[in-house]
Design a protein around this ligand. Structure first.
Ligand SMILES: [Fe+2]
Length: 219
């Protein structure tokens, strides 16, 4: 978070990107395992479903509320428009990859061979996209979007997360240092902070999001 943003508060943007990176690490660690079939882990642990849901909510919200107003504001500036096009193109490769991974999970015969390569591709493509967005697109967002447009992006994301907000906040804060937890919680309204402290965090920990279901029953 060392860039200097003058207009928009990027705290939540960096928080979601870091959470997605954390999950990418976990997913590739799981798919590299030889002691347990990773198809079993990914299809029964709740972590894969949460990852897909929160990633999709984030990307679709950017597609709907961030790139279009930026495109309008940057009309006639080909370099900036090319960057926005690249952002959309990078998003567009992720959905098919998620679908391919789901297909590999369901394929009892040859899914296992495909899964490792697909997870590595997801790691590279999504990781590369997040880095690219942070390197080049966030500064442009900061220069281009109004506070109202930025608020519309947050609202869109909130709506798309919907009933899963009680899982989203602890997922976002999973395994990050106390200072960053405090910064993110500092952006939240008091009732959410309270809910996180008294209920959501413990419920999320009980979920053990990367423990496969059969194992979870033994806990
Ligand atoms: Fe983003």
């Amino acid at each position: 978070m060392n860039q200097d943003f003058k207009n928009l508060d990027m705290t939540m943007m960096f928080a979601i990107h870091d959470a997605l990176r954390r999950e990418l690490e976990r997913i590739t660690r799981i798919t590299a395992r030889v002691d347990e079939d990773p198809r079993h882990v990914l299809s029964t642990a709740v972590g894969w479903e949460l990852f897909k849901k929160f990633l999709t909510a984030h990307h679709v919200s950017e597609d709907v509320t961030v790139w279009p107003p930026m495109e309008r504001a940057l009309a006639g500036r080909p370099d900036e428009l090319a960057l926005l096009e690249a952002m959309e193109a990078e998003h567009a490769v992720i959905d098919p990859l998620l679908a391919d991974i789901d297909a590999a999970l369901a394929d009892r015969d040859s899914g296992l061979q495909r899964l490792g390569g697909l997870a590595d591709t997801l790691y590279t493509r999504l990781g590369g996209h997040l880095d690219h967005e942070e390197r080049d697109a966030l500064a442009l967002m900061d220069l281009t979007l109004s506070q109202e447009e930025w608020a519309a992006f947050s609202a869109e994301q909130r709506t798309r997360i919907g009933d899963d907000s009680s899982r989203y906040l602890p997922w976002l804060l999973d395994d990050i240092d106390a200072a960053k937890v405090a910064t993110v919680l500092g952006k939240m309204p008091e009732p959410l902070r309270q809910a996180y402290a008294t209920e959501w965090r413990a419920a999320y920990e009980d979920l053990a999001i990367w423990t496969p279901k059969a194992d979870a029953a033994l806990r």
